[in-house]
Design a protein around this ligand. Structure first.
Ligand SMILES: Cc1cc2nc3c(=O)[nH]c(=O)nc-3n(C[C@H](O)[C@H](O)[C@H](O)COP(=O)(O)OP(=O)(O)OC[C@H]3O[C@@H](n4cnc5c(N)ncnc54)[C@H](O)[C@@H]3O)c2cc1C
Length: 448
């Protein structure tokens, strides 16, 4: 196909970014009959989950499920397709449970749901710039192999993670930590196989979760903390520091195959192209050295190879929008649930220190706090919502709500709010979040 001049596409709603924050937004909007597009620069959906992670946050700090609706349907479909073991209770961990998944099966389930909802999925399509008129977004421009597109819509949802769309449309944002702007480190996921998990856990295992893996009939480790304290100096020589506890995390959905979240890059800005490029190069070099270390030093890894490295480095933190309300540290840690909460979060505050990468955890009072609708509504633009990790939150609250279960729930709230606003012919910024909450509770999306 030849490259054409600007191609205009008209929609009711355009979602930019098909990570956890974007997927459910598009599914809910499409299912309700809105003409919906989701624009994604990658060749696949599901965003950062493709770095080899478990989905945290479906259950709160006391083990009560807080998320239902389309987010739960996605995981349930993944379980039924043999691609997840569902929420798994953890022993000796900072969190109550997590949900291990096979990312390829999860992607397929998500695409099925998008198709069933009638959503147009635009892969390999990079949003390049917004078209703004005063306080309204008219369109977003994007590039694909066949040329430049202009996606016009009444409502837009920014699920880019970095709040790229909001930022470029003129919404005020804050980088990283309140005060100095420092950001949590990035990490590159890698997969090793074949690993003898029993020997690995006997040698360096600490916290863990066990479940019956798909296509097997006995329980095995599906999530774990690994402690490398004994090898601190050796690991520092290859550029890895695991901090006071000497720990990193991993998961395994199939026997002998281990995903590791261990290779950190500290002090780089994931929203800066030059620094992001440097981080990718540094992490990929370190990953090769780390896998050699594992083979040579750690029981269970003797025969293992790096069978997969993540397609991109995972970026924990970049911009946070200034929304109509910012969730404070106290709101999160004290477990406040405002009346216009559109999601609950019970994952502990989990901050990887921007300076040394050491992870610190803090539990939430009563196990959960609420995310007000106003945190999804950016200042300055009336027909835009922000979903996923870019919402308006202090660095401490962000340390908790950034996990994927909650990002899925924010997407569901954005989709629901868009449907309500278009039904009533108002902008999403004019909605009373309590009404969005009512619908989410009625639909079983938000579980009190
Ligand atoms: C190293 C690391 C470990 C983590 N561990 C866990 C964990 O174990 N469990 C957990 O639940 N959470 C974990 N998290 C947090 C979680 O993965 C993220 O906070 C979450 O994925 C954010 O979701 P999102 O939808 O906002 O962004 P993303 O998942 O980053 O998705 C954003 C999507 O937008 C697309 N996009 C961006 N810009 C454009 C553009 N201009 N045009 C088109 N598309 C665009 C991207 O390609 C991507 O697909 C971890 C994060 C990191 C980095």
């Amino acid at each position: 196909m030849s490259v054409q001049s600007l191609q205009v596409k008209n929609y009711d709603v355009v979602v930019v970014g098909a990570g956890p924050g974007g997927l459910t937004a598009a599914i809910v909007a499409g299912k309700a009959g809105l003409k919906t597009a989701i624009v994604e620069r990658n060749a696949f959906v599901a965003g950062t989950i493709n770095t080899g992670l478990c989905v945290h946050g479906f259950e709160d700090g006391n083990g009560r499920r807080v998320i239902g609706g389309k987010s739960w349907e996605l995981i349930s479909r993944c379980v039924a397709a043999g691609g997840s073991v569902g929420p798994t209770r953890l022993i000796g961990s900072h969190m109550y449970s997590t949900t291990p998944v096979d990312m390829a099966i999860l992607q397929t389930c998500a695409v099925d749901m998008l198709e069933e909802a009638g959503v147009d999925l635009w892969l390999h399509t990079l949003m390049t710039e917004p078209v703004v008129d005063h306080d309204r977004l008219l369109a977003v421009r994007a590039w694909g192999n066949s040329g430049e597109f202009e996606f016009r819509a009444r409502t837009f949802i920014d699920a880019t993670g970095h709040a790229d769309l909001a930022y470029r449309a003129g919404v005020p944002t804050r980088d990283g930590r309140v005060g100095d702007g420092a950001m949590q480190p990035m990490s590159l996921g890698l997969t090793m196989a074949p690993v003898d998990l029993d020997r690995m856990m006997a040698a360096i295992g600490a916290g863990y979760g066990k479940a019956r893996k798909p296509h097997t009939d006995k329980e095995d480790f599906v999530w774990f903390t690994l402690v490398f304290k004994h090898w601190e100096k050796e690991l520092e020589e290859i550029g890895l520091r695991f901090g006071k506890a000497g720990a990193c995390w991993g998961n395994s959905i199939y026997p002998g195959i281990v995903n590791l979240n261990a290779v950190k890059v500290i002090g780089k800005d994931g929203a800066d192209t030059v620094q992001l490029s440097q981080a990718e190069v540094q992490a990929r070099r370190t990953a090769v050295l780390f896998t050699r270390f594992l083979r040579e030093r750690i029981p269970g890894f003797e025969d293992a190879h790096m069978v997969r490295v993540a397609p991109f480095i995972g970026i924990r933190e970049t911009r946070h929008i200034e929304g109509l309300y910012e969730i404070s540290s106290d709101d999160a840690v004290q477990g406040r649930i405002p009346e216009d909460s559109i999601a609950l979060c019970g994952y502990p505050v989990d901050i990887h220190d921007p300076k040394d990468g050491v992870a610190e955890f803090q539990q939430i009072a009563n196990g959960r706090f609420g995310i007000p609708y106003r945190t999804l509504v950016p200042k300055n633009i009336r027909n835009l919502l922000v979903s996923g990790r870019g919402i308006s939150a202090s660095d401490v609250a962000f340390g908790s709500l950034r996990v994927m279960g909650q990002c899925l729930a924010f997407g569901e709230a954005c989709g629901t709010a868009t449907v309500l606003a278009q039904h009533e012919d108002v902008d999403v910024s004019e909605l009373d979040g309590r009404r969005v909450r009512e619908i989410l509770e009625r639909e079983g999306a938000m579980i009190m």
